[in-house]
Structures are given as C-alpha cells and as structure tokens.
Write a protein that binds this ligand. Structure first.
Ligand code: SF4
Length: 209
C-alpha cells in the first residue's frame, strides 16, 4: 500500500548578516531538495518557506546548515530576528548582539507567532516599531519596544519599554518577556492582545526587575 508522504514546512534564510542575502551555493542546495513541482514561498519576514519530507527533515536541515543556511519552525513560534542591513558596519551597529539575541529566542514555542525585529541605528530600516518586539540600537545602548503591529486596521507602533540596555540586560529582558508570554498567554492570543490583557505596566514590573 502506498503511504502518503508527510511534509514539514521549514522557514529558511541565510542567517543574520549584511542584508537578507543568499549566495549561489545556498540556492543550489535549496533547489537540490525541491521536487520539480515544488514551490518556494517568499515571506515578508526575510524567510523562505520550503516543504520537505518529514522523514528527511533532519538530514535536509543538516545539509542546509553546511552551506550557512538557518532553519526555523513555522507556526506558533518566535520567528527569526528580522534585521536591517547593518550599513554602517558590523560592530557599530551591533550585529553580534543581533546574532546572539536571535540564537536565544528564535524558534521558541509561544501562543501565537511572534515577530521580533532589530535595527542598528535610529533610522530604523529593520522596522522595529511595527513588530511585536523591536530593538533599536541608539548610540551605545539598546532600546526595547514592545507591542508594535504592522497589519490590520488597528496597526500601531510599539511602546518603549526600556532604553539604553546593555547587551546582557537586553537578552535577559527579552527572554523574560517571551517566557512570560509562553507561560501566561492564552492559546492563539497574539502578543499585542496579551500585553493589553496583562497590562503594559504589569509586564514591565515582571520583566524589568
Ligand atoms: S537601520 Fe541604520 S544601520 Fe541599519 S541599515 Fe538602516 S541606516 Fe543602516
């Protein structure tokens, strides 16, 4: 009896670097694991969606990793950090901090897809203020905004939660926020709705202490 092959959707990108780019080798490897009639979906969040056989998913992830591709789960998870292009330089715009933050949070399960964004200066090309969690490097510190929403008639900009954080403090606070949302958010409750229900000041008290 023929078994129906189950597919798993993966979100793939080239990791955090100077812009959301893929090189020829990465593209070639992606194509290698696509069937003739498969399609690649481009998302607005600097990710490509690809469906691969459930049986081969770990092998494919390993092959993608070998050429510097990053894979993330699709669904109710923290998405990989959307970033700006770091046009003024790696250190000056905090790329290592963005990479570390992404390592710590991307792929964590949450009640509803959570979009974090990072930008290396106040010009804000990474659009941090219209994402659930937005980090903006300002001079030597990191400003943290929460509750931005790009979609819908009720689109809104995020509110400044804390400013001029050190990298360590930034990681700590963002991890606490995600933990709180994962623990206390209702199933399929968006992060913005969670903040409104939990209360911005209550959330600040919980995570800033
Ligand atoms: S946010 Fe600033 S550092 Fe990042 S790409 Fe835009 S101008 Fe360049």
């Amino acid at each position: 009896m023929n078994q129906i092959e189950r597919k798993v959707k993966l979100a793939v990108n080239g990791g955090i670097s100077f812009g959301a780019k893929l090189n020829a080798k990465q593209l070639a490897v992606i194509v290698e694991y696509m069937g003739d009639h498969d399609e690649l979906e481009l998302t607005t969040f600097q990710q490509l969606y690809i469906e691969v056989s459930e049986q081969k998913v770990e092998y494919v992830k390993e092959k993608f990793k070998e050429v510097g591709l990053s894979c993330y789960p699709v669904g109710n998870f923290v998405k990989s950090l959307r970033t700006c292009n770091f046009c003024k330089g790696e250190e000056q715009e905090g790329m290592p901090v963005a990479i570390e933050l992404n390592e710590r949070i991307a792929g964590k399960p949450v009640p509803f897809t959570l979009r974090p964004a990072y930008t290396g200066c106040p010009v804000g090309c990474g659009e941090p203020l219209v994402n659930d969690i937005g980090v903006m490097k300002v001079k030597d510190g990191y400003n943290l905004h929460i509750g931005g929403k790009a979609k819908g008639k009720d689109a809104q900009i995020g509110t400044l939660l804390l400013e001029q954080l050190t990298p360590e403090r930034l990681y700590e606070v963002v991890e606490k926020i995600i933990h709180l949302y994962a623990e206390q958010g209702k199933k399929r409750e968006s992060f913005v709705k969670f903040i409104n229900r939990f209360g911005f000041e209550n959330l600040k008290d919980e995570v800033a202490g």
